[in-house]
Design a protein around this ligand. Structure first.
Ligand code: PLP
Length: 374
């Protein structure tokens, strides 16, 4: 299916941790959106139907039910709606977040300090892991919620979300998982993870585009949370158009807000369908093989891989230390290879469409820039 991603005619694209490559079907989905607009004028009912269709795709993807999924415009929008609905309870005023969280997660929970919450960070070890004992020390009977990322966007470290969830639930603490760096790259099952909430978006390994994300909320928690960050698409009846009260939907739709991102919905449906056609479990195995080759080559170059080596402690993203990462990304770009960086790390993120030849080309380019690997 590599021919379905035209970027490979020109470049080696190995940067899906930032954004997935554009496929023919996602491009067609945008054309389809414009065609429907042109042909029908304002096909609102059909568009609302597309919203339900993407909700159903997402539910299938993470093994949730449709009424547990809110379709949002970003992870930030979903987490902000969730945070706005969590009531500050006497005796449970703490939010625990790992030091591997994406900025938006840290910023949103620190914003809740204005509402009386306290935020405690769980620090990482020098080896790029966060041992379970560190979560154990931070989560206590005063903790309302723990926010934990599945795979860290900075260093590719994968956290033991299942174990953190078990620990949190023993202390009656809610768990929010940020699965943006895993969804689409490996099977994500909200029940297997055991989490209460999970957020992700479709821009990266789900091959969609910007503007569409989602929040999973466990069904039995939904009606107890009343988001104050809200809008008419969160109402129990969107078309009631009542300005006199706030009656949120009985489902996770209550975490939504205003007009849905219709073009992004078309793209998301196409991206998710394509990934499912390719196979997400198969993709995980394929990328594991490619990353094995990559690690072998990097070790021959004497490079420092900062992503933990144990298979269960990493995902698709592999990060490599550099002495000047901006220069390294630019040098690779000049060689026709698209990667990205965070901190001092080069981020390499293979996906279903990458091949052993891509890895070979990347290793050759890294060998030519050996000095930048330190
Ligand atoms: C782990 C993680 N969380 C969240 C985001 C982005 O969140 P948002 O959809 O709010 O921009 C990213 C994207 O770069 C990410 O890697």
């Amino acid at each position: 299916m590599r021919h379905r991603f035209p970027v490979f005619e020109r470049r080696v694209y190995i940067n899906s941790c930032s954004q997935g490559a554009l496929s023919d079907s996602v491009r067609d989905a945008y054309a389809h959106y414009l065609g429907d607009w042109d042909e029908h004028g304002a096909p609102w009912e059909y568009w609302v139907g597309r919203l339900d269709a993407v909700r159903s795709s997402i539910a299938g993807l993470v093994e949730a039910d449709e009424d547990e999924i809110a379709v949002t415009t970003s992870v930030s929008a979903g987490v902000s709606a969730l945070a706005s609905g969590l009531r500050f309870e006497e005796g449970r005023d703490k939010v625990v977040i790992s030091d591997f969280e994406f900025p938006t997660i840290g910023q949103i929970w620190h914003a809740q300090e204005r509402r009386g919450f306290r935020v405690e960070h769980v620090p990482a070890e020098a080896d790029g892991t966060i041992p379970l004992e560190r979560f154990e020390a931070a989560i206590d009977e005063r903790t309302a919620l723990v926010a934990v990322t599945h795979v860290c966007f900075r260093n590719g470290s994968r956290l033991d979300v299942e174990a953190v969830t078990r620990l949190a639930h023993e202390r009656e603490t809610l768990v929010l998982v940020d699965a943006y760096q895993t969804v689409g790259s490996l099977p994500v099952d909200v029940h297997a993870l055991g989490c209460d909430f999970l957020v992700a978006g479709v821009l990266k390994y789900l091959l969609g585009s910007a503007g569409l994300a989602f929040l999973f909320c466990r069904r039995d928690l939904v009606v107890g949370i009343e988001p104050t960050t809200t809008g008419w698409f969160a109402d129990r009846d969107i078309f009631e158009m009542d300005i006199h009260d706030y009656s949120p939907a009985a489902s996770a739709r209550r975490f939504e807000a205003g007009t849905p991102p219709i073009p992004s919905i078309y793209a998301a449906i196409a991206g998710i369908e394509l990934m499912q056609e390719i196979g997400i479990a198969e993709t995980e195995l394929h990328v594991r093989e490619l990353n094995g080759l990559l690690r072998g080559g990097l070790s021959e170059l004497g490079a420092t891989v900062v992503t933990p080596a144990e298979p269960e402690r990493s995902g698709a993203l592999l990060c490599v230390r550099s002495t000047d990462v901006n220069a390294l990304v630019a040098a690779l770009d000049a060689a026709g290879i698209v990667t990205s960086s965070r901190d001092d790390n080069l981020r390499i993120s293979a996906h279903a469409y990458n091949t052993a030849e891509d890895v070979g080309a990347l290793l050759d380019a890294l060998a030519a820039n050996r000095a930048l690997l330190g």
